[in-house]
Design a protein around this ligand. Structure first.
Ligand code: SAM
Length: 287
């Protein structure tokens, strides 16, 4: 399609919105992209090509979708807002490699859409539900190669934070257990209509075939991690003691930490993924 006619041109976006009498729904996190340069950055970071199959979450009026259709082999876009479906039929009519599903991404059987084949996920995510969407994609181990998404800058910073930094926490550890994060771009509010109240960032998560650490019981490790950061100002021992479902004695946690060579007054924010994996294993195996 001629670039001037694509929706990433702000004039086209405003024309389509006005012509269709569309009103933005705050509850669906609707902030549409109006910046060519940012869309190019997303496409390049996602590393998609003519053989790629792509899942787009929340196509809006089809801005990113048009660019995905030009670059990928097949695009499946899931949009919750029924009012956008007739608009998408018009803005995507030139493309025969795009399929739009009207539904909630949290309720889709994504594996079935791609019949077990690997695919890439690309989206300008609705911010009210960013973390639940990403965590459910990672935890369900859908066969995605990469997840390239526009999210709040503050959430992107937490996803790629390292031990000891103020942004480091349970989300950093969970994301880094399943993927390798790469911050592709920082994006200011004026690249969207309407403008969000916060800065945004494009982050690419390259899904790991194997977790970077081995741990006997993932669930137990993530309970420890949640406990550690639930009360992040406390020592790890105090934060983990009596955390729902864990209920270890102080001595058990202190013994495990000492055996692993840690100070018993250490805080959770000082432990990396390997540290939590080892602590989890040490607590589960009676000495
Ligand atoms: N992709 C478009 C763009 O970049 O201009 C729109 C992005 S906008 C930030 C987020 C989109 O996700 C909106 O179209 C919204 O209606 C849709 N959405 C919100 N919640 C959703 C959900 N649970 N499942 C699918 N789509 C959703």
């Amino acid at each position: 399609m001629d670039r001037d006619k694509m929706l990433s041109n702000p004039k086209e976006t405003i024309r389509v919105i006005q012509e269709n009498g569309f009103t933005f729904q705050k509850r669906f996190g609707q902030n549409f992209l109006i910046d060519d340069y940012v869309i190019d950055k997303i496409i390049r970071a996602s590393d998609i090509g003519p053989d790629s199959e792509v899942l787009e979450i929340g196509p809006g009026i089809g801005t990113l979708t048009q660019h995905l259709a030009e670059n990928a082999g097949r695009v499946v876009a899931v949009e919750i807002d029924t009012k956008l479906i007739p608009i998408l039929e018009k803005t995507l009519q030139e493309y025969d490699n795009v399929e739009v599903i009207n539904g909630d991404i949290m309720k889709q059987d994504i594996g079935a859409i791609f019949e077990g084949r690997s695919f890439s996920i690309v989206a300008n995510l609705p911010y009210y539900i960013t973390t639940p969407i990403i965590m459910s994609l990672l935890e369900s181990r859908v066969p995605a190669e990469t997840i390239t998404v526009m999210i709040q800058k503050e959430v992107a910073d937490r996803m790629q934070a390292s031990p000891g930094s103020k942004d480091y926490g349970a989300l950093s550890l969970a994301v880094q257990y399943y993927s390798e994060p790469y911050l592709a771009a920082n994006v200011p509010p004026n690249c969207f209509i309407p403008r969000p109240n916060v800065g945004s960032a494009v982050i690419r998560l390259k899904i790991l075939k194997q977790p970077p650490v081995s741990v006997k019981d993932e669930k137990h490790m993530f309970s420890l991690i949640r406990a550690a950061f639930n009360q992040r100002r406390k020592t790890l021992v105090n934060a983990v003691r009596n955390y729902e479902g864990l209920a270890y004695e102080r001595e058990e946690i202190e013994d495990a930490l000492t055996k692993l060579g840690y100070d018993v007054r250490i805080r959770g924010e000082a432990l990396d993924l390997e540290g939590f994996a080892k602590l989890s294993d040490a607590l589960m195996i009676p000495a």
